[in-house]
Ligand binder design. Structure first.
Ligand code: ASP
Length: 415
């Protein structure tokens, strides 16, 4: 008898997403049903992922640092990764600004009455110096409890660096971290298995709740954001994997599809981390590199969020009838790059940081209310882009390390 071919997990995730769209369309007239009965199952899935985020980041980064074996190597990979992340983010913002300026003429200038009625209780967005100071924790446990990822990363880096610096005396702790990391990853794999169900439930709710009506109203600015996301994805990431990592972009995007769909539906880079890791490992990234580069990227590298902040700033300015100068645009590039570092890899964080960008160019923060209703739609695309950028860095850094190792081996053979 011929054995039945089992569908792979990525295939199931695809099926989950499309089934979610179809079922969501059926519930357009009754979104409260999906909100009451289907969305909570998606929330369970996200909760499970979220509760593992801190242990995954702490142990994978600490283990990644320990595996690099040499503090100088940690520094060199860290600096290169950081520069790559910042550069690609700045390029993303420039792409966003170029595209949004092409379409600027079509944006509505809202009348005063409707602008005055706007209410958006802006959460206090931190100043640039606050963002920097808050990276360094004053307490070991607090950031873990409040899932504050930048200080958590600093703690993980310190633990890893401490183990390396302690040498033989620290090796027992190093082995313990490796062992806990293996356990945490196994738990993650169990949760990953239910991704198709989570994706289905979340997608159903988004489609049923947002429907074509609200999307229609803001269709143009959503389209501008998505055009910019796609240009950045194809051109910048395509070129990056082709030229820096020597990989076919098609192979890369195919390999990344499960993580991209998961990011698209969970709208959280952190929650998607295990899938991103799984995909890049299958694409050939070195585990000790990706376990360091990916969690860092999920926290500080947000090209999609930066594009969103750039295009919506210009859109909101237009709605207020404000014309932005070149200086304002330069300010957007600077603040949106910083805002993307401060944006947590969780759902909706990009919108909170938008306040920082708007304030820097003197646009009323209440303007966020114009786009807040469809933030989820923006967030889906920007999160998918965010995690793809992290993956390109993991592949490039792995390639650099491979080349270095090959060079070293050749030099040793010749000696
Ligand atoms: N949801 C995004 C992420 O997790 C952050 C954002 O809201 O822009 O990457």
């Amino acid at each position: 008898m011929k054995e039945k071919k089992k569908l792979s997990l990525p295939a199931w995730i695809f099926i989950g997403m499309f089934a979610g769209i179809l079922v969501g369309l059926c519930f357009l007239k009754n979104p409260s049903f999906t909100a009451t009965w289907i969305k909570p199952i998606g929330t369970i899935y996200i909760n499970l992922l979220k509760c593992l985020v801190v242990p995954v980041v702490i142990f994978s980064i600490a283990d990644g640092v320990i595996n690099l074996k040499d503090l100088r190597r940690v520094g060199s990979v860290g600096v290169k990764t950081f520069v790559y992340y910042m550069l690609t983010t700045a390029i993303a913002i420039v792409i966003g600004l170029l595209v949004v300026n092409i379409f600027k003429g079509f944006f509505p200038a809202l009348d005063n009455a409707s602008l005055e009625s706007l209410e958006y209780a802006a959460k206090e967005s931190p100043s640039v110096m606050d963002v920097i100071v808050n990276i360094f924790p004053s307490n070991f446990l607090q950031p873990m409890v409040s899932t504050d990822m930048l200080p958590v990363i600093v703690i993980a880096l310190l633990i890893g660096a401490g183990v390396l610096a302690a040498g033989a005396e620290g090796s027992m702790v190093g082995r313990a971290i490796k062992s806990v990391n293996a356990v945490v990853l196994k738990i993650m794999m169990m949760v990953i298995k239910i991704t198709p169900i989570g994706v289905f439930c979340l997608m159903t709710d988004v489609v049923a709740a947002n429907g074509p009506k609200i999307v229609g109203k803001l269709f143009l600015i959503i389209a501008v954001a998505y055009i910019s996301y796609i240009i950045h994805l194809v051109v910048v990431y395509g070129l990056s994997v082709r030229c820096l990592s020597g990989m076919s972009p098609i192979k890369f995007f195919k390999g990344m599809a499960p993580a991209m769909i998961t990011a698209f539906t969970t709208t959280s880079s952190n929650a998607t981390l295990p899938l991103t890791n799984e995909c890049v490992t299958k694409l050939g990234a070195k585990p000790e590199i990706s376990s360091f580069v990916l969690p860092l990227g999920a926290t500080i590298n947000m090209d999609g969020s930066a594009i969103y902040q750039a295009v919506t700033s210009v859109f909101i300015a237009c709605c207020y009838g404000i014309d932005l100068s070149i200086g304002d645009m330069a300010m957007i590039v600077l603040t949106a790059t910083l805002a993307s570092i401060g944006t947590a890899g969780v759902s909706g964080a990009g919108m909170i940081m938008l306040a920082m960008v708007l304030t820097s160019i003197g646009i009323p923060v209440e303007g966020i209310a114009i786009v807040a209703g469809v933030d989820k739609i923006f967030d889906m695309g920007r999160t998918a882009l965010n995690i793809t950028g992290d993956a390109t860095a993991a592949l490039w850094m792995s390639r650099i390390e491979e080349k270095k190792a090959a060079k070293k081996a050749a030099a040793e053979a010749n000696a």
